[in-house]
Design a protein around this ligand. Sequence first.
Ligand code: PLP
Length: 388
Amino acid sequence: MNVSVSAALSDRETTRPRTADDAAAARAGAFLTIDLAALRENYLALRNRLGGRACAAVVKADAYGLGAAHIAPVFHEAGCRHFFVAHLDEGLALKQALPDDCAIMVLHGPMPGAEADCAHAGLVPVLNSMEQIEAWGALARALGRRLPAFVQIDSGMSRMGLPEADITRIAAAPALLDGIIVEAVMSHLACADEPDHPANAEQLANFRRRKALLPDAPASFANSSGIFLGPDYQFDLARPGAALYGLNPQPHLPNPMKNVVRLMAKVVQTREIPAGAHVGYSWRFRADRPTRIATVSVGYADGWLRSLSGRGAVLVDGRAAPIAGRVSMDSITVDVTDLPPEAVKPGSLVELIGPDQTPDAVAALAGTIGYEVLTSLGNRYHRRYLNG
Ligand SMILES: *Cc1c(COP(=O)(O)O)cnc(C)c1O
């Protein structure tokens, strides 16, 4: 088969759109809009709850999928001076986006062999194990200077941080920390979004007791939900992520945070199908009446999770159009039979995420959490940062 390759249009042949951004918007299949003013408000609202204690910003996973290079400077401008990423490479990239007057902590610590890169970049590792402590201390001795670090202790999550036996070892031999400036001792809550869960009080008691075995240093314990467990959980430096991005830190209560994200996608085409016709992969939708189907340019490759197949709806001018059938890689099909035809045409925008359909609500439909909805958002969107 031969496919004829059309020659590129000359400038004179094109009707050129006004600006590069207009052109990109016209080409795009979907728009992801991020409200920087809402991010700033969320940061200030969390910090206000901390009664003078410091509030970091967790910007790992590209600021939960929303774009760390755009977002971290907003928190910095609001007064944030402590940033957390998970990977060293995330820290190296973030360093370029922020002034030098703040600390960037790497939650995973340096992987073996990457300690020197971490130190040379001026990043602060979170040391989670004896191996990481030994390697960081050895580098400090080799460089002939002390190196800063956070030390993480496990208070009951059994994921990262020193187990009690290692804390006891350090208590008996503080020289194990030689060369290391312990900027803070931290731990992480497993069940903070469930205020009544007994794990919270148990972890708090473990944290206090185990931290007291180590040299005196500031303490960091609370994630977003942990802040809402009250002052006992807040310590010197809180580490919110999710709530900054508008996710509800108290899932059992109304969300106090501002919505940050809006996802709009374009209609590619519409069609009328008779009763009895099927839609999409595996014929999972069967029309039980003459039906109007709109195909929308967003799919699971864009983070519209395949588990949303046949679940939920998109919004067209505030009216729901149910998702019909399977979510495909690049598109979804929605039932727009009950909407005015002029509201749904090629290029019309439908809303998938926004104030009326929050990431938490989408997550509930998909059987997951808002964190996964946000961090799954793909990189094909035309992204816009508002109120910068
Ligand atoms: C991701 C993470 C946070 C932020 O948690 P949220 O629930 O998003 O506020 C804080 N601390 C650690 C160690 C983390 O891994």
